[in-house]
Design a protein around this ligand. Structure first.
Ligand code: FE2
Length: 292
């Protein structure tokens, strides 16, 4: 099976002519992996995947992360998470309503964060619902040498609790969210991650911090660490050329590589304008830094 690929930006590309519901030969999967190495955001158009079909395709790239929010797992495949603002007749949420509302790399608060994330657009809202990406390879590449030297070999502290992080807020849309994040403050341990992450296949370096999950720098007083993080975050947003915004079509399947990106759900839609995405996350290894 061959497919056509063309670039949407230096960071993103789209693929046509690939049917992810079918078994794919090894050379097609290899070509997909190669495409992801060059363009860490890949959109495969016009897919028709039920939840088990999405799960089966995602497992071709590796084992999937287990989801801990069972209330929002798909009943037909528990590795598929429902992200949605849709509600049942009794008013309860069918999926996670505030997923990804601040810039982050998926599950960097875990010691072995997921490597690839796949989102399949089941239903797009009439308005809004874009997903934004920043290519953290480009950010790192452009960092002044003094900042590169300052963070080389440093580790940052990542934590899942929003209530420990003054750079983010807790969505009022999600029932019980404040209590949930409060309980996570002590129930979940922080992890440290390299501030510069070396890509395991290409060897490229990427800045590996995020406003959502990074709350401190290991072994550095906050008086020094917080202004440094602020400076890095300001720099990260300083050039629109490092960003790509995906405007979803129905049946888009987007795959991205968390090793070298931050992303964020753009929001901008309101119930009863419904957005429904199905998400699979491919497990990853421990991030590392190797000096170049
Ligand atoms: Fe995310």
């Amino acid at each position: 099976m061959t497919f056509q690929i063309h670039s949407l930006s230096p960071t993103a590309a789209e693929i046509a002519g690939l049917d992810c519901s079918r078994a794919l030969p090894p050379e097609t999967l290899e070509a997909l992996r190669a495409a992801l190495k060059e363009h860490p955001v890949i959109c495969i158009r016009d897919q028709h995947l039920d939840a088990p079909g999405l799960g089966a395709f995602a497992r071709r790239l590796g084992p999937l992360e287990k989801q801990d929010r069972s209330a929002f797992c798909h009943p037909d495949d528990s590795d598929i998470l429902i992200l949605s603002n849709d509600r049942r007749a009794d008013g309860s949420q069918i999926g996670i309503v505030d997923a990804g509302d601040f810039w982050h790399s998926d599950s960097s608060h875990m010691s072995e964060p997921c490597r690839y994330t796949m989102l399949y657009a089941v239903q797009n809202p009439i308005k809004g619902g874009d997903t934004h990406y920043i290519d953290m390879r480009k950010v790192y590449e452009a960092l002044p040498a003094s900042l590169k030297n300052e963070i080389a070999g440093c580790e940052a502290v990542h934590h899942v609790s929003k209530t420990l992080n003054p750079r983010v807020t807790v969505s009022a849309e999600r029932a019980g969210a404040a209590d949930y994040y409060k309980s996570r403050e002590t129930a979940t341990k922080s992890v440290t991650q390299p501030m510069v992450r070396t890509h395991p296949e290409s060897g490229e370096q990427a800045l590996y911090i995020s406003p959502r999950f990074t709350i401190a720098i290991a072994g550095m007083d906050d008086a020094e660490a917080q202004p440094l993080l602020d400076e890095l975050f300001r720099f990260m947003f300083s050039n629109p050329a490092w960003q790509y915004t995906h405007k979803w079509r129905d049946n888009d399947l987007v795959i991205w590589d968390n090793a070298c990106l931050n992303h964020m759900a753009g929001g901008g839609y309101e119930y009863p304008d419904v957005r429904r995405m199905h998400r699979a996350t491919v497990a990853g290894d421990r991030p590392f830094y190797r000096a170049s």
